[in-house]
Design a protein around this ligand. Structure first.
Ligand SMILES: NC(=O)C1=CN([C@@H]2O[C@H](COP(=O)(O)OP(=O)(O)OC[C@H]3O[C@@H](n4cnc5c(N)ncnc54)[C@H](O)[C@@H]3O)[C@@H](O)[C@H]2O)C=CC1
Ligand SMILES: O=C(CO)COP(=O)(O)O
Length: 345
């Protein structure tokens, strides 16, 4: 079985590149929903998204509309590519038009404020679909690099292996190699938390700290992600894979990352508002650091880097002071509570 018609809801960086990917992998009809009619028209008429990817030509199979119902009509694959914090409202308006056996794909990397839900949980709530119909695509996938067809890998996480394999086939190209994974919780947490850690990494970079500091942030960032995952029922091995370490390293090390770039602005002493004005792009970690911190508190897990990122972003704490607070924490074993032998070694 293969996808005949796909809808991609959201014409930002990743949504647009994902539409190209589906077309390159052989989906005959891919319709993008763009919020702005001029963006829909440019994609439809000129096969380019001038705002986000002006230098990427979109294949003929990709078209666009400003009417979400038109994009969704008859689609057997519905891809959600909007900011995490607007998903519930967006999907609430679209849910009734989604086919009863369509597979939903989540590209979002965030945790909802207030409900503390992962994106697939928000989809279940607002579209009223069973979790088995939702596949999460996540991994080290900076949109501009995938647009340029640079080789990369990704993960398709779904509890229904048949649907995971369907999506895997639908995005498998000579430049993207998708792996399946049944650990939806771990894959979504990896994608959401790495954005908060990339903010810290950006701050440290702008403050002039070198590779020891950066490697420490990546490694301890992964440790706190894994702790949260363990408490929420994820498979801990997921965090050593593409959706965990892979995405964390790509996002922290890339100047293309919006989260890292946002962190650099904060590290240079800008306020949240100044950094927002300077970047004008979605940096998911800025809001999700709040919900991730609250989620961690709700299950009694410590996430010191995420907590300090939240303090810098939302309480105006000086990034240098945040770093000093991390360094002054009580000393402890590297893996507290993990036995010296056993499955987690
Ligand atoms: N850009 C990237 O390299 C990657 C992004 N992601 C994730 O994919 C998700 C979407 O990312 P992008 O496409 O890059 O986002 P983006 O910010 O570039 O685009 C978001 C799209 O959603 C639309 N939208 C709909 N309702 C909106 C509202 N109420 N407020 C603001 N925008 C609204 C915007 O018009 C825009 O077309 C995010 O969760 C991001 O973390 C995941 C992998 C790679
Ligand atoms: O998720 C991403 C890469 O996998 C994109 O990261 P940014 O949102 O920080 O650009």
């Amino acid at each position: 079985m293969s996808i005949r018609r796909a809808a991609v809801l959201g014409a930002g960086s990743w949504g647009t590149v994902f539409a190209k990917l589906l077309a390159d992998a052989g989906t005959p009809e891919v319709t993008v929903w763009a919020r702005r009619p001029d963006v829909a028209e440019a994609i439809r008429e000129r096969h380019v998204n001038p705002d986000y990817l002006p230098n990427t030509w979109l294949p003929p199979a990709v078209t666009a509309t400003g009417d979400a119902a038109e994009a969704i009509d008859g689609a057997d694959l519905v891809v959600l590519a909007v900011p995490s914090q607007t998903l519930r409202d967006n999907l609430g308006a679209w849910a009734g038009t989604i086919g009863s056996d369509a597979t939903l794909v989540s590209l979002m990397k965030g945790i909802e404020l207030g409900t503390l839900k992962r994106m697939s949980e928000v989809i279940v709530d607002s579209a009223g679909v069973e979790p088995d119909r939702i596949a999460v695509v996540t991994g080290p996938n900076l949109a501009p690099e995938i647009a340029a067809e640079q080789p990369a890998a990704t993960v398709v996480a779904c509890t229904d292996i048949r649907r995971a394999e369907l999506v895997q086939r639908a995005i498998s190209t000579r430049y993207l190699r998708p792996y399946t994974n049944d650990d939806v919780i771990g894959c979504e947490l990896g994608g959401a938390v790495k954005n908060a850690i990339a903010l810290a990494y950006g701050m440290a970079s702008a403050l002039g700290f070198g590779d020891n500091t950066r490697a420490t942030l990546i490694t301890r960032g992964l440790a706190e992600t894994t702790r949260l995952g363990g408490a929420l029922g994820a498979n801990l091995m997921t965090f050593a894979g593409l959706a965990g370490l892979g995405d964390l390293v790509a996002t922290c090390s890339s100047p293309l990352s919006r989260n890292r770039t946002f962190g650099e602005h904060l590290g240079r002493g800008e306020t949240l508002e100044q950094a927002q004005a300077a970047t004008r792009q979605t940096a998911e970690g800025v809001k999700s650091c709040l919900s991730i911190r609250d989620l961690a508190h709700s299950v009694g897990v410590e996430m010191p880097i995420t907590e300090q990122v939240e303090l810098v972003c939302h309480e105006g704490v000086d990034p240098l002071k945040a770093l000093a607070a991390l360094m002054a924490r009580e000393t402890k074993p590297e893996r507290p509570g993990v036995p010296s032998t056993g499955e987690h070694q």
